[in-house]
Each structure stands twice: as C-alpha cells, then as structure tokens.
Write a protein that binds this ligand. Sequence first.
Ligand code: FES
Length: 275
Amino acid sequence: MTTTTARPPSAQPATPRPRATISAKTLRTDRWWVAPALTVVGLVAWLAYATVRVFMQRDYFATGAGFHYLTPFYSPCVSDACNPAAAEFGRWVPASPLLPYALISLPFLLLFRLTCYYYRKAYYRSFWASPPACAVPDGHRTYSGETRFPLIFQNAHRYMFYAAVLISLVNTWDAIRSFWGTDGGGFGLGNLVLLANVVLLWAYTVSCHSCRHIIGGRLKHFSKHPVRYRAWGFVSRLNGHHMGLAWTTLASLAVTDFYVWAVSAGWFSDLRFIN
Ligand code: FES
C-alpha cells in the first residue's frame, strides 16, 4: 500500500511566497573566505614555481654511478636540446626557449588538472567567486554552468584521464629507471623520492571521478561483475581522498623536482644507501 504526504489544499499558499529580503551579503559569520584565499595562494605559488622550472631548461636531470634521476617536469624529455641520456623516448621536438622539453606530456597534465572535478570546484570558488562558498552569493549576475563555450570542454575530462594514465606509465618507468646509473645499479634517497611521487600520482589518477565511472559505471548488476565491483570499491575508497591527493601530488611533484634540481646543480649530493 502506498501513502502520500501531499499537503491538503487548505494548507498550501494560494500564491508562491516571495523570497525573504535580506540586505546582508551573507548570514555566515564564520571565516568562509579562508579556504578560497588559501586555494588562490597555493595554486598561484605552485604555478609560478612550475612555470619557472619548466622554462629554466637546465638542472632537470642528474645521473652518476647507480642513479638516473629525471624530474617529472621534463618527462618524457623529447626536445632536441635534451641530454641524450635523459631522452629515452627520442628527441623530436625542435629546441626552443619557448617549448618545454616535455612538450607532449605537460599540456595534457595541465588539462587533466584543469578539468578535474575537484580543481574545478576549487578555482570556480576561489578565482571566479562562483560562488565563493556555500550560502555566499555568486560574484556574477548570470550563471550558465558548463553548458556553453568554453566551459563545455570541461566534459572532455575523461579523455584527459586516458592521457594521464599513459603519462603515469612514463613516470613509473622513470622511477624504475632511476635505480640504474652510469655504472650499474644502486639505491639512494632520490629513488625513494621518485617512487613516493609516482605512487601518489597513481593514487590521484586512479581516484579520478571519471576512472570510477569507467570501472563501475553503467553496470546493472555488480553481482555479475565481481572483479569490476572490487575494483570499483577500491577506486571509490580512494575517490573519497581525491581532494587530499590533488594537493599532495602538487607538493610531491614540487619536492621531486626540487630534489633533482638540487642534486643536478650540485647543491648537495644524493644520499646513497647502496652504492
Ligand atoms: S576528477 Fe580529479 S582527476 Fe578526474
């Protein structure tokens, strides 16, 4: 038997009630602006660092007896100007101060993050004030969502995910390759840094909302697809940490790059455990 909760006609207003007129911009009294302000500071600082490093075009690769460290900002190194020992995927991009050495990966990685569901929320709120926080009015008069040019291209995120998986495979190769240098194998702090970075990059990539949908979306019966169900459960748990992974990987990328930069520039030597 079904029940209905419809209000009796006598209880319904004859005309819709007008919205309450509130002159205050928001009734929130907490410091709601802290999160968007921190987001602006964090993203601008990271982008400034990454831009400087990508166009510096030096100190991106360090090698020696037992180690082979390539920063992820220059991987894969495909410019004609790359150090031949670092260019394991060929050198077929013309050398130019305006072209990043990792020209085939950086644009896709940028688009992957730019179209990421978490980053969208973060920069819509912090840079566009659209809206800056819950229960705080939008900074713009009109709102068209992501239905028009150029924001409709946010829907291409799934394809950026596929590209990010390929680039993560290259980063994985870099982490494995880092154990073999000019004179055999070895193990140092740089290997740990590269390994930790690539594990975090995989965690961020796999926790993507598109990945979750690719694995478990459109299934009518989980019971008929136990493997996909388990994979979907794993990805769903990671997905709950997507925001944390988005920030952690920005930090791990910068730390990894800085470590390779420092060793390459000779500011300090790689801490060696073996060899
Ligand atoms: S939703 Fe963030 S990477 Fe896909």
